[in-house]
Design a protein around this ligand. Structure first.
Ligand code: UD1
Length: 426
């Protein structure tokens, strides 16, 4: 298993180009299943999760090709509506194929995603909404079997999500596009990735209003066509690299991004003492001295994103004072805490609350990446630390950060990918 060897005391500074958002690319790839004519998707990041979803869709007989950052998809050869456990278990977002299969072909059989490191993360809201759209849902032997009502078409309905769910909102708007009649969804997620999906569905011929608000209305259409669409910039990747500047008194310019997607994060960065400047498609963070402590609670968009919690915590670890973080979205999203402590952080966790007393510097240590975003917090902390650190289980980071070593090197980080089973050349 690959590891990162990071030699610390870097000042993270320079320019970095931001990739398309993983969390937008996945629902957009799933939505391609809806189109009767070929679709082209651009700015798709080359990541493990993207490869997994393409494999899943290809397994249905659909012709999906990825060349560079462009994916083309022709659904005319679809042969089955099945998503096997072997692939779904590696990526929870695979459940997003359920909505388009059910909407277009009237049936689907998709493995339940099962547990995951950051909490139990059920899909009950997805299934409840599909049932409200008239689908017959059963769960047998770990598989969700879904069938549209007689006639093979879902039926528009009014549905209110019990909690704000990003994946749930995405799966259900996808399904409602081809339903008979009008669907009104309340308490929808408003994340930029949901908006990106809705915009692509409109480009395919869907009729959706209320995009970007918590109430969306979808007027079902008979069919959808392919389109040519480009994935929105990754706001979490953007925030992660900017956080590196805050931790190391650095100066990072992120390009090909969108400042409008990051307001809650940039506000916190400013509160911590960073000078933030922005243009239409770039954000720069300049930092002098130690960060100031802050209080953060993660919330659905437009609140502070849970996917930036670990990276912000790493910055708080070096702050001049005590910070508090409350994680409201996931029940078990503090697995990076023991690892940050190994690097010298002073953190106490009580339920959903973490209290972080700032220390002067991190020390080096061997640490283990525990989930996708947590792994970035460790990489940044190791880059700031005194000495050499080894980060294990970096397959987590490969799931969500495109060309991560190359981009970090461009920002002045001394990082090498090593494999403990192969001899290492210094
Ligand atoms: C998406 C993102 C993930 C991000 C999360 C919250 C993708 C591929 N992943 O995950 O990076 O951290 O949004 O912003 O876009 N829940 C239920 N029942 C459901 C659905 C969700 O109880 O049917 C709960 C979850 O357990 C969690 C909360 O709702 O506690 C939010 O989950 P959700 O917004 O659905 O996250 P994902 O879409 O899985």
């Amino acid at each position: 298993m690959d590891q990162f060897l990071i030699t610390g005391r870097s000042r993270i500074a320079g320019e970095v180009s931001i990739s398309g958002a993983k969390n937008a690319a996945l629902p957009l790839l799933a939505a391609m299943i809806l189109a009767e004519t070929p679709t082209t998707l651009r700015n798709v990041p080359s990541l493990q999760d993207v490869r997994t979803l393409i494999k899943l869709i290809s397994g249905m007989g659909i012709d999906v090709q990825k060349e560079g950052n462009t994916v083309t998809c022709d659904t005319s050869s679809i042969a089955n509506y099945f998503a096997p456990y072997e692939l779904v278990k590696t990526m929870r977002a695979s459940i997003l194929v359920l909505g388009p299969l059910l909407a277009r072909f009237g049936e689907a059989e998709v493995s339940l995603p099962g547990g995951c490191a950051i909490g139990s993360r059920p899909v009950d809201q997805h299934l409840k909404a599909f049932a409200a759209l008239g689908a017959h849902i059963t769960v047998e032997n770990g598989y969700v079997k879904a069938k549209a009502p007689k006639g093979g078409r879902l039926i528009g309905c009014e549905f209110t999500f019990d909690m704000v769910t990003v994946g749930g909102t995405e799966n259900v708007i996808i399904a409602a596009t081809l339903a008979k009649g009008t669907t009104v969804l309340e308490n929808c997620a408003r994340e930029p990735e949901v908006v990106d999906l809705a915009n692509m569905l409109v480009a395919m011929g869907a009729k959706i209003s209320g995009i970007g608000t918590s109430i969306m209305t979808i007027e079902g259409v008979d069919s959808l066509k392919g389109c040519d669409y480009s994935v929105v910039a990754d706001r979490i990747e953007t925030g992660s690299y900017l956080a590196g500047a805050l931790m190391t008194g650095g100066d990072v310019l992120t390009k090909n991004t969108n400042p409008n997607l990051l307001h809650p994060v940039l506000k916190k960065f400013e509160e911590m003492g960073a000078i933030i400047t922005t243009g239409d498609d770039w954000i720069r963070a300049q930092m002098h001295g130690r960060p100031k402590p802050v209080d953060i609670r993660t919330q659905p968009h437009p609140g502070f994103p849970t996917d930036m919690q670990a990276q912000l915590m790493a910055v708080c670890c070096l702050a001049d004072g005590t910070s508090t973080i409350i994680e409201n979205i996931f029940e078990n999203r503090y697995m990076h805490v023991p690892e940050l402590k190994r690097l010298g952080a002073n953190i106490k966790v009580d339920g959903h609350t973490a209290i972080i007393r700032g220390v002067d510097s991190f020390n080096s240590a061997p640490v283990m990446a525990t989930d996708l975003r947590a792994s970035m917090s460790l990489v940044m902390a190791a880059a700031a630390a005194e000495g050499q650190s080894v980060i294990d289980r970096i397959y987590h980071i490969d799931r969500g950060y495109e060309n991560v070593e190359e981009k970090l090197r461009g920002l002045g980080v001394t990082i090498e990918r090593i494999n403990p089973n192969k001899p290492h050349k210094p």
